[in-house]
Design a protein around this ligand. Structure first.
Ligand code: ZN
Ligand code: ZN
Ligand code: FE
Length: 626
């Protein structure tokens, strides 16, 4: 079953031709473009097995469908204004519905738009009041909104690769640097130089964007981090308090599939346009496997034979709604692939809903350590088995010793791993709260570094060290500490926010690395915080400090690999490697030492790739036992 494909140029041309019978038809498609994965009910892939089954083809469509010389020969979702789906908005249908949506957007309203793999929430991206209202209603404080535009060139500084990605068949959201003086409202992406941009990819988007004439915020139709709404009634219930109107249509979305997100060389979210394309595995048992994934940026992965099918992005798996989506989407996958799992792989974290779900199934389970799964995801996407070294830098994941890991150097292959070195653990003052309040991490690190703590609140919070301060070696927490120390951000509203802003501060600034002791299996992150503190006190520019910090982390990571020495391949994974400066600096230093470096290209380095890594590990272990 193929992925959904963006509207092709031939269809666009017809849609813009006043003499064509599909002039301005929002559901035009052909064998080269249109909905696939999201509308398919079962196999074989033909019209009767899609959500188009209820639309009887008119004579003209039937003739095209049956003509081997026609571009629409056996185009299963073929449709036209006479026989196909129709737009609606409240009482209005067709052109009137579209015109009303454009009028509402122009007036600053929020319109829910039914798309390919789910609903979007749309508003005028140049209207500050409208964007701010959408943030308030959606419960999304600062995390950037994606923007859809026909001419994104004046919104961001796009290099050749980014242009290529934007216009590619998959039409993902591309993270690019915002152009100075762009007309976008400030609250589209507050506090970050990055902008998520995409081109229209369905005929309806093309009509909407062209008629509206300005860039549109196009964010997932959900409350923050929930699964996106796909069913019309469900959308009205869940989005009723957010959207002022619903631009809907009568083609049913069968499978949830949110927009994909990419940053230059790697996917941040592998979803629409990619799913359900399989990723090949190196060695496999014949046993089907389901991997349940992690918790944030949840995905699952199904292995059949030598192929792994990584699901689209599901959102954060921390609510009953998300768990229900996980179950129903997994059922659809198992049905599509016609398999029943022999093994279910899961994280070690006992409180992830994915782990709990896995342990409830009447199937043999395989526990996979979080950072081993990250490393395995990187190895497996390069079709390598190992052994290799792996630097896995991310927030926090459960270690086999019950502590929180996340700044790890592993020696591993797909089947197993050993911990070679790690970031020196520091206490998370207040547990989870330390993740939302980076100033707590700065305080914990400064204390470790025997430096004064500049936060008054520390006196009170410090008490919690006795009661609730689990030790963590998470790299994300070290970045949080540096960001808070530099006054960038003392509290965050979404995962990775402080690190993203720290990277932005260091952009384009050269600096020698801060020294960081590496030895006996430890990287002493507090050395970096001590150096940053002392430089800050002596008045060194903050951008320089941020740059020297990044280089210091990279140099320490390279030194740890040099000490480990063997094998000569290093896989880089974990959410912290979404930091372009860190990724580039670590890669350069390792290559300078003669290591071969594997970086993510097809699977996200963040927790969206965990299920694929779990699947690769479970397959390797099943193989070893067979
Ligand atoms: Zn087409
Ligand atoms: Zn027709
Ligand atoms: Fe992770």
């Amino acid at each position: 079953m193929p992925p959904d494909a963006a509207t092709c140029d031939s269809c666009l041309e017809e849609m813009r031709d006043p003499l064509d019978r599909r002039f301005r038809y929002p559901f035009i498609n052909c064998t080269r473009c249109g909905p696939r994965f999201t509308i398919v009910l079962g196999s074989p892939y033909d019209r009767a097995n899609t959500t188009m089954a209820g639309f009887d083809m008119c004579g003209d469509c039937r003739a095209e469908y049956e003509d081997p010389d026609d571009r629409r020969f056996h185009a299963e979702p073929i449709a036209c204004p006479a026989c196909g789906p129709r737009l609606s908005l409240d009482g209005a249908v067709g052109e009137a519905a579209l015109a009303e949506a454009v009028r509402l957007l122009d007036a600053g309203s929020i319109v829910a738009v039914k798309g390919l793999g789910g609903y979007h929430l749309a508003c005028d991206a140049t209207n500050e009041a409208a964007v701010a209202r959408l943030r308030r209603r959606k419960g999304r404080e600062q995390k950037p909104f994606a923007v859809m535009a026909t001419e994104p060139g004046h919104l961001a500084e796009l290099d050749e690769d980014e242009r290529h990605l934007l216009g590619g068949r998959e039409r993902p959201i591309v993270l690019a640097r915002r152009a100075p003086g762009s007309p976008l409202a400030g609250s589209v992406a507050p506090g970050t130089p990055w902008l998520g941009l995409m081109l229209p990819y369905t005929p309806l988007h093309h009509l909407l964007c062209t008629d509206f004439g300005r860039p549109l915020v196009m964010t997932s139709g959900n409350r923050s981090d929930e699964p996106v709404a796909i069913d019309d009634r469900e959308a009205r219930e869940r989005l009723g308090g957010i959207a002022d109107a619903f631009l809907a249509h009568d083609r049913v979305i069968h499978r949830r599939c949110e927009d994909s997100v990419v940053r230059s060389t790697f996917p941040v979210r592998r979803s629409r346009g990619f799913a359900p394309e399989a990723l090949p595995l190196t060695r496999t048992g014949s046993a089907p496997i389901v991997a349940a994934g992690a918790e944030l940026k949840s995905t699952f992965c199904v292995v059949r034979g030598e192929r792994a099918f990584l699901s689209p992005h599901l959102g954060d798996l921390d609510s009953p709604l998300a768990l229900a989506a996980f179950r129903s989407d997994l059922d659809l996958y198992l049905e599509m692939l016609a398999v029943q799992p022999r093994f279910i792989a899961h994280d070690l974290h006992p409180d992830y809903l994915s782990t709990r779900w896995a342990l409830e199934q009447p199937v043999e389970t395989v526990a996979v350590q979080h950072h081993h799964a990250h490393a395995a995801a990187c190895l497996a996407e390069h079709r390598e088995y190992g052994p290799a070294l792996a630097l896995v830098f991310d927030g926090t994941g459960f270690g086999p010793d019950g502590t929180l890991w996340g700044g790890e150097l592993l020696r591993c292959d797909l089947a197993g791993f050993e911990r070679v070195a790690n970031l020196e653990p520091v206490p998370l003052p207040g547990g989870e709260r330390a993740i939302r309040e980076p100033w707590r991490m700065a305080a914990a690190y400064l204390e470790r570094a025997s430096r004064p703590v500049p936060f008054d609140r520390w006196e009170v919070v410090r008490e919690s060290l006795k009661a609730n301060a689990p030790a963590s070696s998470g790299m994300g927490r070290l970045f949080d500490a540096a960001a808070a120390l530099l006054g960038i951000r003392t509290e965050v509203t979404y995962e990775g926010q402080a690190a993203i802003e720290l990277e932005a501060l260091a952009a384009g600034v050269e600096a020698d690395p801060y020294p960081c002791r590496v030895g006996s299996g430890l990287m002493h992150g507090s050395d970096l915080i001590a150096a940053a503190h002392d430089d800050l006190a002596s008045g060194r520019p903050r951008a320089r400090i941020a740059a020297a910090f990044h280089e210091g982390v990279a140099a320490a990571a390279a030194a740890a690999c040099a000490e480990a020495a063997e094998p000569r391949t290093v896989a880089l994974s974990g959410g912290s490697f979404q930091n372009g400066r860190l990724l580039a600096s670590v890669s350069r230093r390792l290559e300078g030492l003669g290591f071969r470096v594997l970086r993510h290209r097809r699977v996200p380095p963040n927790d969206g790739g965990i299920s694929f890594g779990q699947a690769a590990v479970a397959a390797a272990r099943a193989d070893a036992c067979a």
